[in-house]
Design a protein around this ligand. Structure first.
Ligand code: NDP
Length: 259
């Protein structure tokens, strides 16, 4: 049940959650831009996986914290596949060091905000402007924008304030673009993953193993990149046309309050 809105940019799709999203879009027959920062070999492997799944793919290196790179990413993506119908803001980084809030430093703050908030904001802005020129499909749709935030958007971890603040900012970013673009046939969504097994969480695996075993999440298991990709696919297939600005929790029920 694909429609004709079938070209996508997935930022940070050389590895982890992004690669799984790219491959799942390939299965739907999408043309996928596999964006990465530095892992060229991994990005080329991701391209092969998208192609094996049935889609077209191209790898484009671009650091999303850089304005020049974001512009080049969009230009090269459109040169490869024409109009872009789906932007998935997935690329993100963790702090190099977890530090108590009272010791947090500006260098880490600037790095995290640049990649995890400013980059997605201005890439979304640039992409949205292009999407406004897209020819609408039979139902008036021009595209979708999805941002992968985190449970850190509302969970206070005092040893990585920069990460939490960036993710909280993405939540407002989703609301803002959802309102601004609603009348133009572009819906905007936030997917909020919980604890997902990737390179990003490899260094804290034992800690999360313990927390999950101790009852942290009602669905007592690690999330997998595929769990997040499934939510993206529901949107990409056009199954949520009357929802925008929506938060989709993919967190094993972490967000539920219990008594
Ligand atoms: P990984 O560390 O496994 O992969 C990160 C991806 O982002 C890589 O493809 C990497 O490219 C890319 N990337 C990093 N910095 C940049 C940049 N400046 N420009 C372009 N691409 C970049 O992360 P995950 O798959 O775990 O996370 C993906 C997203 O999901 C992130 O936004 C993260 O915050 C979020 N998330 C993750 C959770 C988890 O538990 N894993 C939980 C909640 C949210 P390269 O290979 O070149 O380095």
């Amino acid at each position: 049940m694909t429609n004709n809105l079938n070209s996508a940019i997935v930022t940070g799709s050389s590895r982890g959650i992004g690669r799984e999203i790219a491959t799942a879009l390939g299965r739907l027959g999408f043309n996928v831009v596999v964006n990465y920062a530095s892992s060229q070999a991994a990005a080329e492997q991701a391209v092969k996986e998208v192609q094996a799944a049935g889609g077209k793919a191209v790898a484009i290196q671009a650091d999303i914290s850089s304005a020049a790179d974001r512009q080049r990413l969009l230009e090269h993506a459109m040169a490869a596949f024409g109009p872009i119908h789906l932007l998935v803001n997935n690329a993100g980084i963790a702090p190099l060091q977890r530090r108590d809030l009272l010791e947090a430093d500006e260098e880490s703050f600037d790095r995290l905000i640049g990649t995890n908030l400013k980059g997605p904001f201005f890439l979304t802005q640039a992409c949205a402007k292009q999407m406004l020129d897209n020819v609408p499909d039979a139902t008036g749709r021009r595209g979708n924008i999805i941002t992968i935030s985190s449970i850190s958007a509302y969970t206070a971890s005092v040893n990585r304030a920069d990460y939490c603040i960036a993710k909280a900012g993405l939540a407002m970013m989703t609301s803002l673009f959802a309102v601004r673009l609603a009348a133009s046939g572009i819906n905007v969504y936030e997917i909020r993953p919980g604890i997902i097994q990737t390179d990003m969480t490899a260094g804290v695996k034992e800690k999360y193993d313990r927390l999950i075993a101790g009852g942290l999440t009602p669905l007592a298991r690690w999330g997998q990149p595929e769990d997040v990709a499934r939510a993206v696919i529901a949107i990409a297939r056009g199954l949520l046309p009357f929802s925008t600005g929506e938060v989709i929790n993919v967190d094993g029920g972490f967000h539920l309050r219990q008594l």
